[in-house]
Design a protein around this ligand. Structure first.
Ligand SMILES: [Zn+2]
Length: 134
């Protein structure tokens, strides 16, 4: 599972989906914290596509990506997307590598609100809830 996917996922527990927004407009249950098993985080270089990088940049939740990158120790991102970033090939390349080349193969995604762990096995997150969680 690439970080671009993690950037989109939220906790499926109803109480978390109903969580009131925080003052900064975020949600208490987002982003899910990436907790790799030992050796469960991989970096696999993919060919850079500038068009994809330009289109994905405005769609990313930057604060969530920044937080996740810092927690994983894989990148130190600026607090906000720098002005003119869409025409800065070096910046686009670094963001592209972060969201497409870092893979969680084995581990968990943890909800920061309720603590629910969503297992990731062979790179596939299981976001399904048990019957007693619905
Ligand atoms: Zn939750």
């Amino acid at each position: 599972m690439r970080l671009v996917t993690q950037n989109l996922l939220t906790c499926q527990v109803k109480a978390c989906m109903d969580t009131a927004a925080t003052p900064d407009g975020g949600f208490l249950s987002y982003p899910l914290k990436v907790v790799p098993d030992a050796g469960g985080l991989k970096q696999v270089a993919s060919p850079f596509d500038e068009g994809v990088a330009k289109s994905i940049l405005p769609r990313l939740d930057w604060a969530a990506l920044r937080k996740t990158a810092a927690e994983l120790g894989v990148a130190a991102l600026p607090e906000e997307v720098p002005a003119g970033a869409e025409s800065d090939a070096g910046f686009l390349r670094s963001v592209y590598a972060l969201v497409f080349d870092i893979h969680l193969e084995e581990g968990n995604l943890l909800c920061p609100h309720c603590g629910r762990a969503y297992p990731v096995r062979k790179g596939v997150p299981n976001m399904l809830l048990r019957d007693d969680e619905m």
